[in-house]
Design a protein around this ligand. Structure first.
Ligand code: SAM
Ligand code: SF4
Length: 440
């Protein structure tokens, strides 16, 4: 029998990356092999993101690309998963007549069943129901290892924070944390298969275990993972500042394997906007945590997320954000223009700013942050830094690549034998998104 082929595109956050790894395993389980061009595939899937309207609109644009292929080969199966699928459900099948299947956030495990139904009975199908806590705990993704040096390990799913602008709690459902012993066992298994670095993943890892009776705190979990023999590095994402305890901050001064980088989304520097965003901290609360972090770990570098143009943002509010950026001196920032999401509290707020004004502020913020990023990364020029080598570089030319403790990519000429090892690399050139290094 000829092997069937699938093509998969993933958008959005690391949660979707993990879900996509699971999708690959499930499809291989029913006889499919992954290909990197849609026109060679029998099955095309998009794993989607709906955090901003633009990302959501793009899904329909991307689906349009596959229509001519389907016109030529009507047996082609087209499916959509992820946050847009969760949100739109059945409606997507009505809007896009050539779409065959829609599977939501809690239904990745049902993908093989939907695909087989489409293959054998030419049935179009949707699976978007939310599952109960127990079932979700049993379905936490375990994925096969394919020569990976680094891996994401999901420690919790969902979000209960309901930041007023954010669609995530609406599409990913309530928070559930996985038992700590299962997480540690998974990491031990990964290390035995060659993994050297893990990133513990959740929408808000800092609230890990808080709602599970008898479960340890996230800081304790970090201590346990730090003790896994053979593991070299440990990271986590994402942190919510309101749940960043002193116990957790102190881990950066105590745990050898914990990398010296934290992504701590601030969103705004204005107390008035932070309150409207329902973030649960003030600018001063945030700064106090940053100060403690820098005290326990002076080499720590911070990155953040910032939203510009939240409804009602004034020049004064925006200046407070610029002031925050100057005080913290982030090594990098993801900056977003506010995008109203139907169903969220902020979408109901009156918004009187013009898009020109929002764009102008956005550009001012980016210019300031770019200067800071440049300064942070240029500081590494000429330094010899430990780099965990992850694989062959996309740059080609026999180069390999790895990351510094600050999660910065370094490409350099080196033997593939070094993959999986931490090696000292001199930073020879600094670019916007990566460094060029050389073995000293
Ligand atoms: N849970 C994570 C957290 O709280 O940091 C991140 C979740 S979200 C996928 C990533 C980032 O998208 C957020 O930190 C926020 O800056 C941005 N974001 C979320 N909703 C947005 C919206 N409606 N408009 C613009 N940016 C948004
Ligand atoms: Fe969205 Fe806030 Fe939850 Fe992050 S913490 S996923 S921004 S609601």
């Amino acid at each position: 029998m000829q092997q069937k082929a699938f093509y998969l595109e993933t958008f959005g956050c690391q949660m979707n990356v993990v879900d996509s790894e699971r999708i690959v395993d499930l499809l291989e389980g029913i006889g499919y092999a992954q290909v990197d061009a849609a026109d060679q595939a029998d099955l095309v899937l998009l794993n989607t993101c709906s955090v901003r309207e633009k990302a959501e609109r793009k899904v329909y644009g991307h689906l349009g690309r596959f229509k001519p292929i389907k016109d030529q080969r009507p047996e082609l199966i087209i499916g959509v998963g992820g946050c847009v699928a969760q949100q739109e459900g059945e409606k997507m099948l009505e809007t896009v007549p050539y779409l065959d299947l829609v599977f939501g956030i809690h239904n990745v495990h049902r993908l093989p069943e939907l695909v087989l139904q489409a293959e054998e009975k030419h049935l179009r199908g949707t699976a978007t129901e939310f599952l109960d806590r127990e079932t979700r705990l049993n379905l936490f993704p375990q994925r096969s290892v394919r020569d990976n040096v680094t891996r994401f390990v999901t420690v919790m799913q969902g979000c209960d924070n309901f930041c007023s602008y954010c669609i995530v709690p609406h599409v990913r459902g309530r928070e559930v944390s996985r038992p700590s012993r299962e997480i540690v066992a998974e990491i031990e298994g990964l290390v035995a298969q060659g993994v050297r670095e893990v990133t513990l993943l959740g929408q808000n890892v800092n609230s890990y275990g808080l709602k599970e009776e008898g479960e340890i705190s996230f800081a304790r979990l970090l201590h346990k993972v730090d003790q896994v023999a053979g593991l070299e590095r440990l990271r986590f994402a994402t942190s919510h500042p309101k749940d960043m305890t002193d116990e957790l901050i102190d881990c950066f001064g105590q745990l050898d394997k914990l990398c010296k980088h934290i992504h701590l989304p601030v969103q705004s520097g204005s107390d008035r906007i932070l309150k409207l965003m329902n973030r649960g901290y003030t600018a001063n609360d945030y700064l106090r945590k940053v100060e403690r972090l820098k005290t326990v770990c002076p080499q720590l570098r911070l990155t953040t997320d910032i939203i510009v143009g939240f409804p009602g943002e004034t020049e004064e509010d925006f200046q407070a954000t610029l002031a925050m950026v100057e005080k913290v001196r982030y090594a990098d920032a993801f900056t977003f223009l506010y995008s109203p999401r139907t169903g969220t509290a902020a979408a109901e707020l009156n918004d009187d700013q013009s898009s020109v004004q929002k764009q102008e502020r956005f550009e001012r913020l980016c210019a300031q942050q770019n200067r800071n990023s440049e300064e942070a990364w240029q500081a590494d020029l000429g330094e010899v830094l430990p780099v965990l080598v992850e694989g062959e570089s996309k740059q080609g030319d026999g180069q390999i690549f790895g990351r510094t403790t600050w999660n910065r990519i370094v490409n350099f000429a080196g033997d593939k034998e070094l993959i999986g090892k931490i090696v000292p690399v001199r930073i020879a050139k600094v670019f916007r998104n990566s460094n060029l290094g050389e073995l000293p």
